[in-house]
Every structure is written in structure tokens, then in C-alpha cells.
Design a protein around this ligand. Structure first.
Ligand code: FAD
Length: 245
């Protein structure tokens, strides 16, 4: 697989602990990819591969340009976290390769989708929602279940509100585990106190053969998969996940 150079062209805080980064890929032709895929970066953060290579889901859908958005959470002491939050500057070049990954929307759009994530686990789903919005080839329903600690930690909050308003069949449940003031519900958008599990365990399963897509860190994914299989009788073939680590 080829390595490319990517130039940082901008960044912006998305929450107190998460930043969005925009890179321009320095390739002659735009690099096509599918919503949900990721790139692997070789960062100047050490000598060994384990200290240098980090993968990040692409947060935007391919639009024919070479502009890539990443959305990265800060982990204190993390090598890549420190690099992205403390070191990198506009105009800096980093090496990356890809796209890779099979965590993408199914080609047939006849299955209802339940998208479950916490924190930056929403990133591949954000690209998928852009794809669905743009191409209009919508599944029967999409239920996004997103977990964060507090209201200020909700990522892509305005976009979630937009999807709830305008995308037919879309609804979202935002689960806040440490918020004292839970926001009021909006049309197709509910705010719950607690963890993501209550949202799928207590919602009626979509009709037919829904596909459950889960993204984030091992602990959450393991718990969600176990609950889906043992408590809801969901078949393994109805579950796809992307593990961040
Ligand atoms: C396919 C794929 C896509 C990914 N996409 C994203 C993305 O879109 N956004 C994003 O922020 N990260 C994403 N990651 C995670 C990313 O690759 C790094 O692991 C993350 O940025 C931490 O790297 P670091 O060098 O800062 O920390 P390290 O120095 O690698 O971290 C030290 C330790 O902390 C653990 N750890 C790191 N972060 C967390 C966390 N948030 N919660 C719990 N434990 C943690 C690690 O497993 C490790 O044991 C993705 C990972 C994969 C495999």
C-alpha cells in the first residue's frame, strides 16, 4: 500500500477533549474511499512502529476532493494525542497510508441500521451519514445511539440535530452519563441520563433484520455485543464493529 503526505490545513475544538483536524492529501489524483474507512498515520513520535503508527477513521465522506477530516480525542500521555494536540502546526506534513477497513455501509439499503458509539466512535458514522444524506439511498430507518459524559462532550451535536430534522427515518438517542441537566427532547432526538445500553435495550428492535454497527473502545463494544446477543437475541451476522483499541 502506498504512503502519501498529508498537510495539516486547519483544526478546531469540537469539545473540551476532542479536536477536528483537516488535512489535504498530497496525491496527484483524489484518493477514493468509502465512508467508514480509516487511514494509518506514521507520526514523528518515536522510533518503533508501535510508537509511530496510529489509525484514524475518516470523518467526512469522499467528495472528489483530497480533503480529509479527522476527529481525535485527547488521551493524557498518549503519544499521538500529545502530537496532535501539542505539537503539530498548520502546514506540517505527516505520512499516511490507506484507505483501509470494511466497516462500511452495506450496499443493499433494505436493512434498518442501529449505530451505537461513544465519544469519537461517532466518527465513521458521521461520514456514513454524510454519504446517506448526499446520495439519498436511505435504509428504512437509522437509529444513532451516542454516549458522552456531558452535554459539552457531544460531538457533531448540530449535525445530529439536523439529521433528526431532515433525514427521513433517522432518530438519535444521546446518552449522557455524568450530566446533571439533561436537555429537553427534540423531534426524533432524545436525551437520556446514563449509558448507551439503556437506549438499545429499551427501544423496540427495528422490524426485519436490522444491522447493528458499533464503534469505539473494547470495553464498550464487548458489553454492547454481549447484550445484543444474550439479552436481545440478535444474530452475530447482524452485528458489525470497529475497534479503536
Ligand atoms: C481503525 C481505527 C480507527 C480509529 N479512529 C479513531 C478516531 O477517529 N478518533 C480517535 O480519537 N481515535 C481513533 N482511533 C484510536 C487511535 O488510533 C489511537 O489509539 C488513539 O488516538 C490513542 O493514541 P495515543 O498514541 O494518543 O495513545 P497511546 O500512547 O497509544 O495510548 C496509551 C494507552 O491508552 C489506551 N487508550 C488510548 N485511547 C483511549 C481511550 N480514548 N479510551 C480508553 N483507552 C484508550 C490505548 O489502548 C493504550 O493502551 C482509531 C483506532 C483504530 C484502530
Amino acid at each position: 500500500m502506498n504512503w502519501y503526505e498529508a498537510e495539516l490545513i486547519g483544526q478546531k475544538a469540537e469539545s473540551p477533549t476532542v479536536r477536528r483536524f483537516w488535512f489535504k492529501l498530497k496525491t496527484e489524483e483524489p484518493l477514493p474511499y468509502r465512508a467508514g474507512q480509516f487511514l494509518t498515520f506514521d507520526l514523528p513520535t518515536g522510533e518503533k512502529r508501535k510508537d509511530r503508527w496510529r489509525s484514524y477513521s475518516i470523518a467526512n465522506d469522499f467528495d472528489g476532493s483530497n480533503l480529509i477530516e479527522l476527529c481525535i480525542s485527547y488521551l493524557k500521555g498518549g503519544l499521538a494525542s500529545e502530537y496532535f494536540f501539542e505539537t503539530i502546526n498548520k502546514g506540517d506534513l505527516v505520512k499516511c497510508k490507506g484507505p483501509e477497513g470494511a466497516f462500511t455501509l452495506p450496499d443493499a439499503r433494505d436493512q434498518a441500521l442501529v449505530l451505537i458509539c461513544t465519544g469519537t466512535g461517532i466518527v465513521p458514522f458521521r461520514a456514513m451519514m454524510q454519504d446517506l444524506e448526499k446520495n439519498g439511498n436511505l435504509p428504512p430507518s437509522v437509529h444513532l445511539i451516542f454516549g458522552a459524559r456531558k452535554t459539552k462532550d457531544i460531538l457533531y451535536h448540530e449535525e445530529i440535530m439536523d439529521w433528526a430534522s431532515y433525514v427521513p427515518g433517522f432518530k438519535a438517542s444521546i446518552c449522557l452519563s455524568r450530566e446533571t441537566k439533561i436537555p429537553g427532547n427534540l423531534k426524533n432526538l432524545e436525551y437520556l441520563s446514563g449509558y448507551v445500553h439503556q437506549a438499545y435495550l429499551h427501544s423496540p428492535a427495528p422490524a426485519g433484520n436490522p444491522l447493528y454497527m458499533i464503534c469505539g473502545w473494547t470495553q464498550v463494544i464487548d458489553e454492547v455485543v454481549a447484550n445484543l446477543v444474550t439479552k436481545m437475541g440478535v444474530g452475530r451476522s447482524q452485528i458489525r464493529f470497529e475497534l479503536f483499541g
